[in-house]
Design a protein. Sequence first.
Length: 259
Amino acid sequence: MDYDPPMPGSIQSLERAAAILRLLAGGERRLGLTDLSVTLGLAKGTVHGILRTLQQEGFVEQDAETGRYQLGAELLRLGNSYLDVHELRARALVWSDDLARATGESVRIGVLHHGGVLVVHHVFRPDGSRQVLEIGAMLPLHATAWGKVLVAHDPVARAELDGVLKPFTKRTVVSPAGLDLECAVIRERGWASEREEAVEGTAGIAALIRDRRGTPLGAVGVSGAVERLTGGGEPLPALVAAVRDTARAISRDLGASPF
């Protein structure tokens, strides 16, 4: 007889932490330990322990003079990241459509996410062929043009690569030193490419998108058959120029300086 184990319930400490954050997000926005304890109906020791953890993670800050608590800068950073990604998608719609029409290839826009590149927008190759929508797919950092351009410019992306670099094909760069050398070239020329490093028969070209603060936000690029994207083993200059122009246009639309 089959037995279905019970579904795990919610984690009480996380529920309490969420309740504290919601209280700090509304009302006076600065509350003392007693205020939080009474409102939540919890012991001061329990609330203090949760606050201490939230403070260590940067989600909560304590005023040195009053002892009251307020939301921390880490929550603001996460919120801005969420808004930036959604703004990126909204701003990039027209530019990515134009890039697909100009190149005849599929276009992806990706952002750094949990050690990979999360595809947040995908435009099909405009030839009417059957294709699979890749929004939500994860691309490897070290084996795709999108990932490499992020690793080259974003220290966080490079830090997330510490460890073994998985080989996807015989062309995948699995040496950290080799990847660092390639990233130096990417920074100098302003774009990244890969040829059959993630998927055999496929190549990619990508360039960096910057936000209004000038920091790396994501990457835009084209992917397609090796024979269409490359000539003599190198990316076609016209495709490189189109990708770079699109990355600059999206960055400017997001408020980045053109210089």
